[in-house]
Ligand binder design. Structure first.
Ligand code: G4P
Length: 526
């Protein structure tokens, strides 16, 4: 086995996603504790944005700034190298999360047992489904009263659109929570509320063993046996291949706050979660074990300090070995670049790294060379696919407030869009620029940054739009007819693709009805 193959086999790169408050930060922290990356609970400076500060975006940006180091958390566990990619908690930065999901090989979804599947989880799962990303589910807060676990499993299947298979099963909940039966490892994990200790486990390969009563009492034992019988009746045995294809989500139950069920999740995760997967490019499929290096930029984090307008571009390594001070081809520029200070994110520290392997994320200090989606290679012209844009939720016209500064404004908008702060569309009818975002906050961020970093003033003007739809058709005549009919609503995106800006759900429905040969997509890749 080559050195690269060995390194690939031990890598697991994933993201934890959840609706705010389900317990993502707490779970991340506990995983880091197991990896020895931190030594006390409470050490994670999370990407979580304090609820009280939601209207104060400067504060949010500051917190995001702090969290650059925690954007990626690498640590060693057993013989594995684990990379957790953090995702912003605030929903206005959901676009950032979508892109982060393009750089992971699998996902852990955290669900609150009382709240079940919530809005943001549903949306993020759509991206996973689209990309066939394998997902695992952790049902959190079992120390609190919540939904009946069978009902919750049905809800997960229906709401997330994926088959599920419990690999652990809770014994009661809330104050009466006794622990879980670990179906995957065939043991009984007994619960004791505590923030730091590790679970007490008993080997238990058969719940019919009369010893069960001794540990969890008669009625709990009765219930557990009944539940396990039902589970075996309803669900097929867990099948790793179906999980790896993105069609089956194993489910674990626990309490992140009490460090319960977390190690069990991690132990199963490292065994079954995928190693870095092959990546699609426009030219061909790139396999991680190829000798020649390649990778793509999926995130750019700007420094908010106007005196140091530097960024960190986050690069996911897709194949080969990355080495410091070696020349690599920036495919869009067609020129060679080398990096003297690439950083790796180990534990919670950022440090200069000499080499990195597929699955790893490195930070490249950048002064405007990179756009989201850019490719670096050993020399080959490759263009990675799968960093789609999603239809924004909110739209506004952006107008120049200071005619003397129009150059600055255009440069500023171009750079902010390259960084992925928001999306820009150009209306084909009047040439006006439309900015689309996921939340109101981004408009404020853009206005502030244009003023402070580019010395340009902008003004927002309302526009009533519902969705941006990327359109395609094999029937070019119909496509032309549609564009003529809707000329006032046609725009182009950053890559010059045709986008129909639908102003209401009704209009879109009518358009779908009238133009049967046209496909309307809410994302730029289909
Ligand atoms: P997030 O990153 O998904 O937004 O969630 P986070 O981990 O911050 O958790 C949200 C809240 O839920 C926190 O409480 C956290 O302590 C609590 N929590 C997490 N896991 C569990 C669990 O297993 N059981 C119970 N009962 N609570 C849990 P908070 O009061 O908002 O914050 P804090 O003051 O405790 O930090």
């Amino acid at each position: 086995m080559t050195e690269i193959e060995q390194e690939i086999l031990r890598r697991r790169t994933f993201a934890i996603i959840s609706h705010p408050d389900a317990g993502k930060t707490t779970l991340t922290e506990k995983l880091l504790l197991f990896g020895g990356a931190i030594h006390v609970a409470g050490a994670v400076k999370s990407n979580k944005i304090k609820k009280t500060a939601t209207s104060d975006w400067m504060e949010i940006e500051k917190q995001r700034g702090i969290s650059v180091a925690t954007s990626v958390m690498g640590f060693e566990y057993d013989s594995y190298k684990i990379n957790i990619l953090d995702t912003p908690g605030h929903q206005d930065f959901a676009e950032d999360t979508f892109r982060t999901l393009t750089a992971v090989d699998s996902v852990i979804i955290v669900v609150d047992v009382a709240k079940g599947v919530e809005a943001q989880t549903r949306k993020l799962m759509e991206v996973c489904r689209m990309r066939k990303t394998p997902v695992m589910i952790f049902v959190n807060k079992m120390d609190r009263l919540g939904k009946n676990p069978f009902d919750l499993l049905d809800e997960l299947e229906a709401e997330l659109g994926i088959a599920v298979r419990p690999l652990s099963w809770p014994i009661n909940q809330g104050q009466e929570f006794k622990g879980v039966y670990n179906i995957y490892q065939q043991k009984l994990d007994l619960y004791k509320p505590s923030k730091q200790t590790v679970t007490e486990s008993v080997e238990f390969d058969d719940v019919n063993n009369p010893e069960l009563e001794k540990y969890i009492g008669e009625s709990n034992a009765f219930q557990l046996r009944d539940d396990i019988r039902i589970i075996d009746g309803i669900y097929n045995p867990f099948d790793k291949d179906t999980y790896l294809k993105g069609n089956l989500a194993p489910v674990f139950f626990g309490s992140a706050l009490n460090n319960f069920g977390v190690k069990e999740l991690l132990d199963c995760f490292v065994k079954i979660a995928p190693t870095p997967r092959p990546t699609k490019t426009e030219e061909r499929i790139v396999r991680p074990e190829e000798e020649s290096f390649s990778g793509f930029i999926f995130k750019i984090h700007a420094n908010m300090d106007p005196n140091h307008r530097s960024c960190i571009a986050f690069l996911k390594i897709c194949s080969g070995k990355f080495e410091r001070n070696v020349n690599y081809k920036h495919v869009r520029f067609g020129k060679m670049l080398k990096f003297s200070a690439p950083t790796a994110f180990m534990a919670q520290k950022k440090s200069v790294v000499d080499e990195a392997y597929p699955g790893d994320i490195i930070g490249l200090p950048d002064t405007g060379n990179f756009k989201i989606g850019d490719t670096l290679t050993g020399g080959e012209d490759l263009h990675f696919k799968g960093i789609p844009s999603f239809s924004p939720e909110m739209f506004k016209y952006i107008e120049n407030e200071d005619p003397m500064k129009s150059k600055q404004l255009h440069k500023g908008i171009d750079q902010l869009m390259d960084e992925g702060v928001a999306q820009r569309f150009t209306n084909q009818f009047n040439g006006r620029k439309i900015i689309g975002t996921v939340g109101q906050l981004q408009f404020e961020v853009i206005q502030y940054r244009l003023e402070h970093e580019y010395n340009a003033l902008c003004r927002w003007e309302p526009i009533n739009l519902y969705k941006a739809c990327w359109i395609e058709s094999d029937n070019s005549e119909e496509l032309d007819n549609f564009k003529k009919r809707k000329y006032q609503y046609m725009a182009t995106d950053k890559d010059g693709r045709d986008v129909f800006m639908a102003d209401s759900e009704y209009v879109l429905r009518m358009a779908r009805n009238d133009f049967k040969d046209i496909r309307f997509h809410f994302s730029s890749e289909f």
